[in-house]
Design a protein around this ligand. Structure first.
Ligand code: GUN
Length: 287
């Protein structure tokens, strides 16, 4: 069994991004600039946005976080996004989700100009991705693909089972694994006996958000297992009061695998690097 080490691979990619940023600067071109909108004070969202800011700094990007009170109206938020759409200094924009209930996330996603949509959530970018055209890929599926490519994992003709059908992970992941010539099955909350599918899989991508869901008896010998799940589970022995659990019961599943991602240190850091790659791409696309 070999670990798919997202910490290590993301570090290598960040070094390469940093070098490319230095080259852009040396050529008198634009420094990539990511803007993040954060509405309210949800703990996890604040942590994610702070991490994105830190990542930008590390690779030499400019970053701006624009914070709004929970009470901002949908119309006001749309006006702010439109201002950023017009701002030539900003290359990429993300609006951290979830948003307060009175704001329609779909509407917000569609307001961000698709050429600045480094989350890859805009319907234009989703459509281009499904057609296999060059566009911004959602950060997590993008990171997973980079991990698979780094370890030269064979995908052509392999059975890939994805558990979860979210717009952010499961659906785009299915399109990308199909492009890598896998035979793709997407299981979800209404699928009966998921184990019957996963037992036949060469590659399993678990993205359902149920801690320790995938057990050893659901996995065949030699499978590649990629765990996208990250759930905070209370752990009074830990300093933070919680620990992070993936969707895979790592201890029992790992011995059966050819490759497996740990949690943390697997897909998480690759997701963060996916956003950086998109932001760099945004600058290059705009010349
Ligand atoms: N909330 C959880 N994941 C994401 C993400 O990838 N992008 C944004 N904008 N919000 C999120």
């Amino acid at each position: 069994m070999e670990l798919l080490n997202g910490n290590e691979v993301s570090k290598l990619i960040k070094i390469s991004i940093k070098e490319q940023v230095a080259t852009l600067k040396a050529e008198g071109k634009k420094t990539p600039h990511l803007a993040a909108i954060l509405v309210g004070s949800d703990g996890a969202s604040m942590t994610y946005v702070a991490a994105k800011e830190k990542d930008c700094k590390e690779v030499g990007f400019d970053s701006t976080v624009i914070r709004f009170d929970q009470s901002i109206s949908e119309a006001e938020l749309i006006t702010e996004i439109e201002k950023i759409n017009e701002d030539r200094n900003i290359d990429g924009l993300i609006v951290q989700l979830p948003l307060p209930k009175h704001i329609n996330e779909k509407k917000i996603t569609e307001t961000i100009h698709f050429k600045k949509d480094v989350d890859g959530f805009h319907p234009m970018n989703v459509g281009m991705m499904f057609k296999g055209l060059k566009t911004f890929l959602p950060a997590t599926p993008y990171g997973v693909i980079k991990l698979i490519e780094h370890y030269n994992i064979e995908t052509s003709g392999k059975n890939c089972v994805i558990i979860g059908r979210s717009d952010i992970v499961g659906k785009p992941m299915s399109a990308l694994m199909l492009q890598k010539n896998c035979t793709v099955t997407v299981c979800h909350s209404k699928t009966q006996n998921i184990g019957n599918f996963t037992k036949e899989a060469d590659i399993i991508i678990a993205a359902l958000g149920i801690p320790l869901f995938l057990k050893a008896d659901m996995v065949k010998e030699g499978a590649v297992v990629i765990d996208v799940g990250i759930t905070r589970v209370e752990n009074l022995n830990s300093k933070s009061g919680y620990s992070l659990k993936g969707d895979v019961d790592f201890e029992t599943v790992a011995p059966k695998c050819s490759y497996i991602t740990p949690v943390p240190g697997g897909v998480g850091p690759m997701t963060r690097v996916g956003l950086l790659l998109n932001t760099l791409e945004a600058v290059k696309m705009q010349g």
